[in-house]
Design a protein around this ligand. Structure first.
Ligand SMILES: [Mg+2]
Length: 317
């Protein structure tokens, strides 16, 4: 067994031993999971590919590992679900040092431990070039209660958790080769909003929900498309990340279009508290009958609001 495979196996053995959901983890052909009765299964899979989702020169390996799992857990949060176990397939080229792989696992497993999600299986392979990681997270939600993207109705209010644009602002610093201070920790350690997603689902508050992985404009467009509705967003209401040292909030464009924030966006006809699980929740607009998206600028004039997708940095390579 090559060193890296042994390494993965030992990580999985240690991680899965502590979990009640995992009956059999590594050492058999499949993991055997215990599933809560009266629930439905949630499954999500997300790639983290070098030079698409991260750059080795810019992103510390711990961040890449942490964010790899965040992407999966955040999808479970967006359904109002509870994660049961994670599975990782990792392909690494021969020129990638073992320390990179170890630090990647440190980041991923620190987050896994924080949310008590066992890494219950995986596979490793030698990649012809670069690093490719695919995370699968399985979770559960009470039968018929998964919060979908398709339930938004005209007249529902639109809410977001936390503040937006911090990840894109931090990426800008990393690209310029600047040091990234603690103020930007939301990007370095984005936390999946699992507690908020479950809190909302238990009270049947959201009519639709999505996690902000690709940016507000793109992810809101997904809600509109699946719900056959439109949206009007108030630019002044959007909570922008405000790094502590720098009093100015990040640029509006970063909050509108920057990805990797992993906050939740949801719609609701019910009243919504301004804080859930210690996190600020902000009303940013309204679901409309017309199918397009509009942005109310500072002058009060509505402008067309288009999905300006977070292309990661595929195009800058
Ligand atoms: Mg998602």
């Amino acid at each position: 067994v090559p060193l890296r495979e042994k390494n993965l196996i030992s990580h999985i053995r240690r991680s899965a031993r502590r979990s009640k959901a995992v009956l059999t983890g590594i050492g058999d052909d499949c993991a055997v999971l215990r599933f809560p009765p009266g629930h439905e299964l949630l499954v999500t899979t997300d790639f983290s590919i070098e030079n698409i989702h991260f750059r080795r020169a810019w992103h510390p390996p711990e961040l890449v590992g942490w964010r790899c799992l965040t992407r999966g857990l955040s999808d479970i949060a967006a359904m109002g679900g509870e994660p049961l176990a994670a599975f990782l397939s990792l392909a690494v080229a021969s020129d990638v040092p073992q320390t990179w792989v170890n630090r990647f696992f440190n980041g991923l497993l620190t987050l896994a431990n924080k949310f008590k999600v066992p890494l219950a299986g995986g596979d490793t392979a030698q990649s012809p070039s670069g690093i490719q990681a695919d995370i699968v997270v399985v979770g559960s939600v009470p039968k018929g209660r998964a919060v979908l993207r398709s339930g938004a109705k005209a007249g529902d209010q639109i809410y977001v958790t936390g503040a937006l644009g911090g990840a894109a602002a931090t990426l800008g610093l990393l690209m310029e080769g600047k040091r990234v201070g603690k103020a930007y920790s939301p990007y370095l350690r984005p936390l999946p909003r699992l507690a908020i997603g479950q809190w909302l689902r238990r009270r049947a508050i959201p009519s639709a929900m999505i996690d902000l992985s690709d940016g507000l404009s793109t992810d809101l467009a997904h809600i509109c498309q699946e719900s056959h509705a439109g949206a009007e967003i108030d630019a002044a209401a959007i909570p922008r990340q405000r790094p502590a040292r720098d009093k100015k909030p990040v640029a509006l464009d970063l909050a509108l279009n920057g990805g990797d924030d992993y906050e939740l966006l949801f719609t609701s006809a019910s009243s919504v508290p301004s804080k859930i699980a210690g996190v600020q929740v902000t009303r940013i607009g309204l679901i409309t009958r017309s199918k397009d998206m509009r942005l109310l600028a500072a002058d009060g004039q509505p402008r067309p609001f288009k999905a300006a997708g977070w292309e990661h940095f595929a195009q800058s390579s």
